[in-house]
Design a protein around this ligand. Structure first.
Ligand code: ADP
Ligand code: ZN
Length: 530
């Protein structure tokens, strides 16, 4: 396909005529120009950033049909309805349609053999299994249809490094082979660096451009609070937000109903939402929430996908999510209007163990290990003593300053103390133990516990760190890891290992400032209503 030279005025005119917007957001325009030039694009944009326009508008500007691959059959209808409202010819093909309905859609595909018609479709939404499964629709398209573009939504599903791997997505590697000259645009809101590279590889992109928007959501503040006795804290918080809308996520369906009932008993306008409820009830509650008739939705993660409510002021998690991808997507539903919003997670260290079972994929050890690794990262985030926003952005492959000023860690008056000596003790313990032990063992060793192996008890550093409690050591070690002065190996039992800067510290060539929160401050922080 020959590229189309995009003219800015023309693109803006299309944006205005078909979508009613006056200007492009983020790098929408650059992405659209890349697509129109016939090149492949890898698009990372946070939820709500405006990914749809990046393929919908090119579909209008180009001659032929744009195929949109999406795994979310339940959302296809909404997207197509929205396009119809904008006067755009679109349809979806999936298992919910009768054969007859499917036949009618085929008749509206722009043909290679005859001229364009008014009622020809511009966009066709389809699931990967329908596109590439048994009946091989791709072959049909190749023979009969003028295809101008493939858009792969939720593109992270193609990668086993992602949190939502769907094997049927792997078939999409066929697209570039069968249609080498048709541009492909892959879009996702959640992909760490490795996942992104994998998407590009699996789709077989060669000449492509990668577009990344900052994932930072500056108007969202992040808080982690202890779960012990959280209900009273939660009520206090909700009281100070009684005019606001918010979402509370729970792990199980039963928990959503329990918590909603308990909140109702306290006079809050809260309703449960989960996939086990009748569709009629779900639709009604969602509708009421959108219209601000229900203030609080207590939901499983089934709630929120495809919902575009701009004035959600807080997102609360009563359990730790399974990975940072999910957490970031859920918290990202707060503050789409750009106003100050809060993400609060009530954390208990036991969550890690509770969730380990969810991280098991039957007969797939490799996949289980990846999920477990993601779960651990999530727990690390909860136990951070450094800026949470920095950690999140780094996780998604983005650089960030050391302090954001709007997460609980940055907001607490944490005192940075010269802890060089403690750091030296810890690092020398790791060195004496030959980097072959995990955090708990190293701490026991430092504290002179008699549970460590007898020959370790004869080493010089055994018991050198009695002055700090286990918890204190744990947070020092975590902070050393985050500062890069220590690292953890991958795998089920991560071992503590030294880094280049460890040696600098051991040699006395570098001082180490660590966070010490005075007990008094810690308590008042935990009690705080905010
Ligand atoms: P995503 O798929 O990235 O989550 P959407 O494509 O659904 O995001 O867009 C999110 C919201 O932003 C939608 O309500 C959409 O209409 C709106 N939007 C997208 N692009 C623009 C724009 N250029 N100007 C104004 N609003 C936009
Ligand atoms: Zn911060």
């Amino acid at each position: 396909m020959n590229g189309i030279v995009a003219n800015t005025d023309r693109l803006e005119q299309l944006l205005k005529d078909h979508f009613g917007f006056t200007s492009f957001r983020h790098n929408q325009q650059a992405i659209i120009e890349n697509v129109l030039a016939g090149k492949d694009s890898m698009v990372l944009m946070p939820t709500g950033g405006g990914k749809s326009i990046c393929y919908q508008l090119p579909a209008l500007a180009m001659d032929g049909l744009a195929i949109v691959v999406s795994p979310l059959i339940a959302l296809m209808k909404d997207q197509v309805d929205a396009l119809h409202l904008n006067g755009i010819e679109a349809a979806f093909l999936n298992s919910t349609l009768s054969l007859n309905e499917q036949q009618l859609i085929l008749q509206r595909l722009p043909s290679q053999h005859s001229p364009a018609r008014e009622d020809h479709l511009k966009l066709l939404y389809i699931s990967p299994e329908r596109l590439l499964g048994e009946r091989n629709f791709l072959h049909y398209l190749k023979e009969n249809t003028r295809v101008c573009l493939f858009a792969i939504d939720e593109a992270h599903c193609i990668s086993s490094w992602g949190h939502d791997f769907r094997p049927e997505y792997l078939l999409l590697g066929e697209l570039k082979k069968q249609f080498p000259s048709v541009p492909v645009v892959a879009l996702t809101a959640t992909a760490d660096k490795r996942t992104k590279e994998d998407i590009i590889d699996k789709l077989g992109f060669s000449h492509y451009t990668s577009f990344e928007n900052s994932f930072n959501r500056p108007n969202i503040s992040y808080y982690i609070k202890p779960r012990k006795h959280y209900f009273e804290q939660l009520c206090a918080y909700l009281k100070t937000h009684d005019k606001d809308a918010g979402i509370i996520y729970c792990l199980s369906r039963a928990n959503t109903e329990d918590l909603a009932a308990k909140l109702q008993a306290r006079g809050f306008q809260a309703e449960a939402y989960h996939a086990g409820l009748e569709k009629r009830v779900r639709d009604q509650r969602q509708e009421q929430f959108l219209r601000d008739e229900i203030r609080i939705i207590v939901a499983t993660i089934a709630f929120g996908m495809g919902i575009n409510k701009s004035n959600v002021r807080y997102v609360i998690h009563t359990d730790m999510p399974k990975n940072l991808e999910g957490y970031y997507q859920e918290t990202g539903r707060a503050g789409r209007d750009g106003l100050a919003s809060e993400a609060i997670l009530y954390y208990s260290a036991a969550d890690l163990f509770k969730l380990r079972n969810f991280a098991k994929v039957e007969d797939n050890e490799e996949q289980s290990a990846i999920l477990l690794q993601k779960l651990r990262k999530m727990a690390d985030y909860c136990e951070l003593r450094t800026c949470r926003r920095k950690f999140l952005l780094n996780y998604f492959g983005e650089a960030a300053g050391n302090e954001c000023g709007s997460c609980d860690v940055c907001l607490t008056d944490a005192v940075k103390t010269d802890m060089t000596i403690a750091a030296q003790k810890a690092l020398s313990a790791v060195s004496r133990l030959q980097e072959r032990f995990g955090m708990n063992y190293v701490i026991d060793f430092l504290r002179g516990s008699s549970t460590v192996k007898p020959f370790h008890q004869s080493l010089k550093t055994w018991g050198a760190g009695k002055e700090f409690s286990k918890d204190q050591w744990r947070s020092f070690l975590r902070e050393l890891i985050h500062l890069g002065h220590l690292q953890q190996s991958e795998g089920e039992y991560p071992l503590l290992q030294l880094t280049e800067s460890s040696w600098q510290i051991l040699r006395g060539a570098q001082t180490v400032l660590l966070t010490t929160i005075s007990e008094e401050k810690k308590v008042s922080k935990e009690r705080g209503a905010g």
